[in-house]
Design a protein around this ligand. Structure first.
Ligand code: PLP
Length: 398
């Protein structure tokens, strides 16, 4: 077999995802795209703000093409990193410099860079279920072990008692994601403070460093005035991974950054090692043009109110039909309990009514499904009778 043993299960898993994709495409062909309600993908439907297009035009017209399309430091352009650092300082009262910011190829690459930088084979990385399924692959890339904390289905805040119990001398990192994919929950300040207390206590007790990796592609996607605590202010060994994929609706452009604070243990050395990891993982540097774009668009977001409007319509309608679901405060996902608890049956009945959703077990939380509402308002409106019919069918055929 040419394909490695490590890759073989990934290939099998990918076939399942591809099969779901393919099924959606076939359904659209048979029934017409407007009669298929695809809520399976987290691909922003709100266009990038005008500043993105303008920045691309201005850069191409005004800046030296040799410079714009050239290599730069593996950490990214110093002026871009400085702009990012200053924006964070202004918003969160921090004191970062360009030497704390490493430009990355989106959040996915940022996570890989930091995990490559810190993991030895067999090191444990903890994640709270439900979580973005790729964490498992990213940790395995560096021969780490993902340790899963069971979901707290009461309110989907992290299960801190289990966190404390599962920290061992091998625990190297904890990955959190708030606002959360797939629940839409924002971790409260109280939760973050308690989590930081546990990590500090365990670090002292075990004589180890536990790196809190905060994966934040949805930082700006919050509703009803929800506040997202800025994690470096609560815990010294924090690394932040950010992405512009969702906030500026540019996921295909692959741009984000890591924040590696000086106050973390060996902060300067970790930063230098991460720059090298970025290089040797083959990313080399974050896309040049889009580094320059985000510098010109700093502080801007796409129109988040579109998601808010979708959220309200979908959440309120589903509640009215009898679905159980936590009201999301952020991101663009609804995590809905499968009526009767059987997610497989629920997904099948949804499919029968042309609704495509992702089963909760893909996020290590069976019995739920994720509905991505980064779709048009019209799609949600058109899908509502189908959601109602699904609930009726689930109730009538237990
Ligand atoms: N982390 C989470 C929680 C996500 O939901 C996603 C994408 O959906 C990513 C990371 C990857 O984002 P990026 O496009 O920046 O690589």
């Amino acid at each position: 077999m040419v394909i490695s043993e490590k890759m073989q299960p990934m290939v099998q898993n990918n076939s399942a995802i591809r099969a779901m994709f393919e099924e959606g495409r076939q359904m659209a062909e048979i029934y017409g795209a407007e009669n298929v309600y695809d809520f399976s993908l987290g691909n922003p439907n709100v266009p990038a703000p005008e500043c993105v297009k303008q920045a691309v035009i201005d850069i191409l017209e005004q800046e030296d093409p040799v410079f714009v399309h050239g290599y730069m430091s593996n950490s990214g352009y110093p002026d871009v990193r400085k702009t990012v650092a200053e924006d964070l300082n202004k918003r969160f009262g921090t004191s970062f410099t360009e030497d704390n910011i490493l430009m990355t190829v989106g959040a996915a690459s940022g996570l890989n860079v930091i995990l490559k930088t810190i993991l030895n084979p067999g090191d444990e990385v903890i994640a709270f279920a439900p979580f973005f399924v790729e964490y498992n692959s990213y940790v395995k890339n560096y021969d780490g072990e993902l340790v899963v904390i069971s979901p707290n289905t009461e309110d989907f805040q992290p299960n801190l008692a289990e966190l404390e119990a599962k920290i061992t001398p091998k625990t190297k990192a904890l990955i959190i994601n708030t606002p959360n994919n797939p629940t839409g929950v924002v971790y409260s300040e109280e939760t973050i403070k308690k989590m930081a207390e546990i990590l500090c206590r365990k670090e002292k007790e075990l004589g180890t460093d536990i790196i809190l990796i905060s994966d934040e592609p949805y930082r700006e996607l919050v509703y009803d005035g929800a506040e997202v605590p800025f994690i470096t202010k609560y815990y010294h060994n924090t690394v932040i991974g950010y992405s512009y994929s969702k906030s500026l609706s540019i996921p295909g452009e692959r741009i984000g950054y890591l924040v590696i604070p000086d106050e973390m243990t060996d902060g300067k050395e970790v930063y230098q090692a991460a720059v090298i990891a970025n290089r040797i993982l083959g990313s080399v540097n974050a896309p040049s043009l889009f580094q320059r774009v985000i510098m010109r668009c700093i502080g801007q977001t796409s129109d988040i109110s579109v998601y808010d409007k979708n959220r309200k319509l979908l959440y309120e309608s589903l509640k009215e039909y009898g679905y159980e679901c936590i009201k999301p405060e952020g991101a663009f996902y609804l995590f809905v309990k499968a009526p009767g608890g059987d997610e497989e049956r629920f997904c099948a009945v949804c499919k029968k009514h042309h609704i495509l959703v992702v089963p909760g077990s893909s996020f290590f939380c069976a019995g739920y499904v994720r509905i991505a509402y980064c779709v048009t308002y019209e799609q949600i409106q058109r899908s509502l009778p189908a959601f109602k019919a699904v609930m009726e069918e689930m109730r009538n055929s237990k």
